[in-house]
Write a protein that binds this ligand. Structure first.
Ligand code: FAD
Ligand code: NAP
Length: 219
């Protein structure tokens, strides 16, 4: 969440990003538009390793942007906006911010409050699948993939994947080469289109990159 506010006379205008979860690991996560279109216009990047880069490379790029432009001081993690109220007389928002680690509530004000709290981070298991909650094996949702669950842990597992949406398209090819057995349950078929290269290959774009922006920086 991004807020722009003036707090005191000396701190005339500041921008604060308030975020509950600093970074979630999503299995097989990648951009599905060309990486060069996935960059800020003010921070072009000549170092994308792939035409469609994975989340680790995107995260590294964003970290470089944060470091280069000194943005970290504007970010506050593990903080939840609990309440916000517009005060017409003052012409500003009053916001209650709960520290998710200590439970402590802090109060702040701002002139502009931008809600960027997303839609997809509110997830649930499909309630209509009978027996799902009493399933004795490991039950995982792609929106909350545990950090410590990788190929080493999968290798002897029999895996059932429910669904054929964008998440299944990423999880199935990432896990399948490593697991003992996999079944994918498809209710609605999906369509695939070629995304990169003449044969759909995620081709290396290094040779055609334009050197600009971050590529010239020392960050
Ligand atoms: C399982 C899954 C896999 C995905 N994989 C991909 C992919 O591979 N490639 C891709 O391009 N897209 C992917 N997406 C879609 C992508 O995650 C979303 O489009 C994108 O994250 C939306 O960005 P956002 O900033 O709007 O919201 P979010 O990324 O959801 O960010 C909103 C943030 O606001 C925080 N927040 C919410 N309420 C509060 C509050 N009250 N106080 C403080 N903070 C709060 C949340 O914790 C969250 O960190 C995936 C989505 C899911 C669910
Ligand atoms: N690369 C990316 O950009 C990317 C990657 C991952 C996710 N995302 C985004 O994240 C969001 C969520 O994607 P998602 O794939 O996690 O979820 P989703 O798009 O909602 O897909 C859920 C899948 O589960 C199936 N399903 C649900 N309940 C079922 C049941 N009871 N029995 C059988 N099948 C069932 C659905 O089938 P039905 O279609 O029949 O309902 C669908 O195939 C989307 O907006 C997506 O675009 C983006």
């Amino acid at each position: 969440m991004l807020t722009e506010h003036s707090r005191t006379a000396t701190q005339v205008c500041s921008v604060v990003a308030i975020e509950l979860v600093p970074r979630l690991k999503i299995l097989g996560c990648a951009c599905d538009v060309p990486s060069h279109a996935y960059t800020y216009a003010f921070a072009l990047n000549a170092d994308w390793p792939q035409f469609l880069s994975g989340s680790d490379d995107i995260f590294r790029y964003l970290l470089r942007v944060v470091n280069c432009f000194g943005l970290r001081r504007f970010m506050r993690f593990n903080s939840v906006i609990e309440r916000r109220e517009w005060n017409d007389d003052e012409g500003q928002w009053h916001v209650d911010i709960r520290d998710a680690l200590t439970g402590e509530i802090a109060h702040d004000t701002c002139h502009i409050l931008i809600g960027a709290n997303g839609l997809l981070n509110s997830w649930k298991y499909p309630a209509e699948v009978e027996g799902l909650q009493s399933f004795k094996g490991r039950l995982l949702h792609t929106a909350r993939w545990p950090d410590n669950y990788g190929p080493e842990q999968w290798k002897n597992e029999r895996v059932a994947v429910l669904g054929s949406g964008a998440s299944a398209i990423q999880v199935v090819p990432t896990m399948q080469p490593h697991v003992k057995h996999m079944d994918v349950f498809v209710r609605t078929p999906v369509w695939f289109a070629q995304l990169a290269g003449h044969s759909g290959v995620n081709r290396d774009c290094k040779t055609s990159c334009i050197v600009a922006g971050l590529a010239n920086s020392t960050c």
